[in-house]
Write a protein that binds this ligand. Structure first.
Ligand code: ATP
Length: 382
């Protein structure tokens, strides 16, 4: 069925900012709704933002939307309250994987630079006229992802990740030729032409998808993940994670990295632009998946020794009764005494203080002494 611009504008009007957008566009020529907003509205979904393209200067539209002061580069997207505004542009890739040369263009040129046909449909806000690349309407109807031309993945290999994300999120099929071109681009090493940070951003977006594990599986099937990476759904770990604590995305990543060589894992996480704290967390947590000392611990003090200092993400990935006991009970046990009490009792300043406190706590945990100030002090001074 051809895309019906009128009904898309009616659906736009029903969105929280929809009316405001239609009113703002009344005095600005050349405003189009595009991309994910058109795609999602056509599919009966609620887009998470309204994407607008303006043929010409976007500032009057931004001002009409109440975002006159919003910062944007020449073509950069400016966002006002969930509305994305960008100037229509044409793009050319001088080198595969490099950022494109960009110049102002009309809406049709703007659609031609896009990733997949279903994302390359525009509706003019003034008269509901529809602009679309070839196959866009039929691909939307038959729920198919298709690139616009043969060089698409080589020009911009981040589109390989976008392909995996859309395929899973929308439940769309990857058109046969598009899958072949993706395979060809990966085999030719196209992802190597893009900075690790840009690929890492795509991986981070994949981890935030509604079904991140299925998205990782699709990405793995496309050849986008390193050797030993095995997309894994860590259901037990996620169920163990206390509400409000830890990072679910990093737990999924760590679970999926458990089979990777430790050095290769660190190098890959660095390359993908994870900051040191995230990198170390994922690396540590991934080592807890198999054969963790936490799982092997037999007494409360052994559990505490294995779990203390480990991130919560690692503890839940180790799983089992010990992890549960640490989370629910043992990690909350604290001594009534502290270092000052030992100093006052004559223990010299230094590492011995911490050592004595740790031993006293272990004896409390194992039930060898009472959980009381006197018993703890006596044990710590033994
Ligand atoms: P969502 O935000 O729901 O993931 P979206 O389609 O809105 O989906 P955005 O990343 O917000 O995705 O991009 C908006 C539009 O810009 C896309 O629909 C697509 O047309 C275009 N686009 C984004 N990234 C690329 C790219 N790497 N190559 C070509 N076109 C792109």
């Amino acid at each position: 069925m051809p895309v019906d611009g009128r009904s898309l504008l009616e659906r736009l009007a029903e969105l929280p900012r929809g009316q405001a957008v239609l009113v703002a566009a009344e005095d600005v020529p050349g405003v189009h709704m595009v991309g994910g907003a058109v795609r999602d509205l056509a599919l009966g979904l609620v887009p998470h933002e309204i994407d607008l393209v303006v043929e010409g200067d976007p500032d009057p539209l931004l001002a009409a939307l109440g975002g006159a002061d919003v910062e944007h580069e020449r073509f950069g997207t400016a966002t006002v309250d969930g509305v994305d505004v960008v100037r229509a542009r044409a793009e050319e890739y001088s080198q595969p994987g490099a950022l494109p040369d960009v110049r102002p263009g009309d809406i049709d040129a703007d659609l031609r630079r896009r990733d997949f046909t279903v994302n390359a449909i525009a509706v003019a806000l003034a008269d509901a006229a529809v602009h679309a690349v070839a196959h866009a309407g039929e691909d939307l109807d038959s729920r198919v992802l298709r690139v616009l031309h043969d060089r698409s993945f080589r020009d911009d290999p981040t589109r390989l990740w976008r392909l995996a994300r859309y395929a899973v999120r929308l439940g769309f099929t990857i058109e046969e030729e598009t899958r072949r071109l993706a395979g060809e681009a990966v085999a030719a090493g196209a992802p190597g032409n893009v900075s690790g940070v840009r690929l890492g951003n795509e991986l981070r977006l994949a981890l935030r998808e509604p079904d991140p594990v299925a998205t990782l599986r699709e990405a793995a099937a496309l050849g986008l993940l390193p050797a030993g990476f095995e997309p894994t759904r860590p259901d037990e770990a996620l169920a163990l994670l206390p509400p409000g604590e830890g990072r679910r995305d990093l737990i999924i990543l760590a679970a999926s990295c458990a089979g990777m060589d430790a050095r290769a894992l660190l190098a890959w996480l660095d390359h993908m632009g994870f900051v040191a704290t995230e990198r170390d967390l994922v690396a540590a947590a991934s080592r807890f998946v198999i054969g963790s000392p936490l799982r092997a611990a037999r007494t409360p003090s052994e559990i505490a020794r294995a779990a203390r200092g480990a991130p919560i993400e690692a503890v839940v990935l180790a799983g089992g009764d010990n992890a549960r006991r640490w989370i629910d009970e043992l990690r909350h046990v604290a001594l009534h005494i502290n270092g000052d009490d030992l100093l006052a009792a004559g223990v010299p300043q230094g590492p011995e203080i911490g050592e004595r406190l740790r031993r006293a706590l272990e004896r409390v945990l194992d039930g060898e002494i009472a959980h009381s100030r006197d018993a703890e002090l006596a044990a710590a001074l033994e």
